[in-house]
Design a protein around this ligand. Sequence first.
Ligand code: PEP
Length: 251
Amino acid sequence: MRKNIVAGNWKMNLTRGSSLGLVDEILEKISKDKNTEIILSPPFLYLYKIAKMCRFNKNVKVAAQNCSKEVKGAFTGEISAEMIASCAADYVIIGHSERREYFLESNDDLAAKVNNTLAENLKVIFCCGESLKQRENEIHFDWIKQQLTQGLFHLDSTKISEIVIAYEPIWAIGTGVTASTEQAQEMHNFIRNIFYEKYGNEVGEKISILYGGSCKPTNAKELFSQKDIDGGLIGGASLNADDFLAIINSF
Ligand code: PEP
């Protein structure tokens, strides 16, 4: 059976104090008997502290929001996968559309980041998603296939099992516009089929595919009830403990 996952991506929000307060509140209110894996993705600066705070709850993991495509050396301001692993993190988010768009990260850059991350025994949340224009021009399926092929499909079937996919249509991120349940399920099914084709049914069946893009307590239940939607990558709504917990409790 594949894992249900709800991951919060805090982006460049929250001070140290408000981050730790949010984690305290989540850990206090979280239901202990849930099988859903919860991933918190704070800014790098608080990663180690938050990983330590979460270590007593086996369902709560932490992710870095990015890592360098370089392994180590003279790259001022960069953070390597090795450094992230040494801070007790579990995952790295790679290929978020904001990284692709504002920091011009190419599929080749992302493939290098994936390799660096897996080499440190960290798992990957690999994001893919199309723009509104690409959807209107009906090239969204080809685009997603290309992102997955160029970013991930150099991996063998053991390594690909360490990957979680997040499908995040760019037009739905932070806009309040959610993909309809049908649009999301259609794309998730398409993605799973690509994995079946490339790696076989057993591997494809086990890959968790998360939806991201204005997922909220009001729409999470319907989205998560779809056959190929295994959870969510949550931006804005993960900054409020009650909203985030309501989304987790939508399973
Ligand atoms: C995101 O950026 O990953 C995201 C899904 O953001 P939001 O939930 O705010 O749309």
